[in-house]
Design a protein around this ligand. Structure first.
Ligand code: SF4
Ligand code: SF4
Length: 246
């Protein structure tokens, strides 16, 4: 069986056998060339601390990106709750753990076939001063054709944007996935919606940008509501693009 199919099968199998309270929908998987020019452009824009695939793995050939979409009930819970729903916070925490577990299992299995692999942790790999990360799974997923960015700065996939992304860099070549040819965000395509901007409880989001510091402050306040869980919000992630592309 070709490698891409094997990887997709393993991610689906590992997700369906995961012991989580959180329900998930079918995962999505995409592939990017490790030499894709977009990785170099990201480094230029974000700064020298942002890693190229080749800085994570010397003979990097392919970046595998995957999306674990939350079940519909998780989105509904966060839509209904005025504050952040406990189900959403739990989903965020469990999914970060799951992304780490899936990535570690894949890495081991690929290495047993003589393919080198590496990955970064699912979250909190950012610099707390300027809030920029050394690697972005979401951006890797964009390069790997999994979706387009919305006004909410989330990557909207065919299964929406409510979920979490993971990625690995590997030494085997897999043909890159095509990137979408149209915008999946209603505002960018048709100039309407902006549910994400209206839903942000602290006005951190505008059409032009996200005020990362304001947003992070809100995340830390939410973290205080869920001791032992996580800093999360997602109120800009429950609009019409949450469960499917628009
Ligand atoms: S809520 Fe609407 S405007 Fe915001 S990202 Fe989704 S589709 Fe775009
Ligand atoms: S995560 Fe919350 S605080 Fe941050 S931009 Fe989205 S809605 Fe606003």
């Amino acid at each position: 069986m070709e490698l891409a199919k094997k990887i997709e099968g393993r991610i689906k199998g590992l997700l369906s056998s995961a012991c989580t309270i959180t329900p998930y929908r079918e995962p999505l998987v995409g592939y990017a060339s490790a030499q894709d020019n977009l990785f170099y452009q990201m480094k230029e824009v974000i700064g020298p601390h942002h890693l190229l695939p080749q800085e994570m793995l010397a003979d990097a050939k392919t970046v595998i990106a995957f999306f674990l979409p939350f079940g519909e009930e998780i989105v509904k819970a966060n839509r209904q709750e005025k504050e952040v729903a406990k189900e959403w916070a739990k989903a965020y925490e469990e999914t970060n753990q799951l992304i780490g577990d899936i990535s570690a299992r894949l890495k081991n299995e690929l290495e047993m076939q003589g393919i080198k692999a590496t990955f970064q942790k699912a979250t909190h790999n950012f610099n707390e001063i300027d809030l920029t990360a050394s690697w972005s799974h979401k951006s890797a997923a964009f390069v790997a054709g999994l979706g387009t960015f919305g006004v909410n700065k989330m990557l909207i996939t065919p299964a929406g944007c409510a979920g979490r992304f993971g990625s690995l860099v590997i030494s085997a070549e897999i043909p890159p996935s095509p990137r979408p040819s149209e915008e999946y965000c209603l505002y960018y395509r048709e100039g309407k919606c902006l549910a994400c901007v209206k839903n942000c409880p602290v006005g951190a989001l505008s059409i032009e940008e996200i005020d990362k510091k304001k947003c992070y402050k809100q995340l830390l306040q939410v973290a205080a509501l869920f001791p032992g869980l996580c800093d999360v919000c997602g109120k800009c992630n429950i609009g019409p693009c949450a469960l499917k592309r628009c």
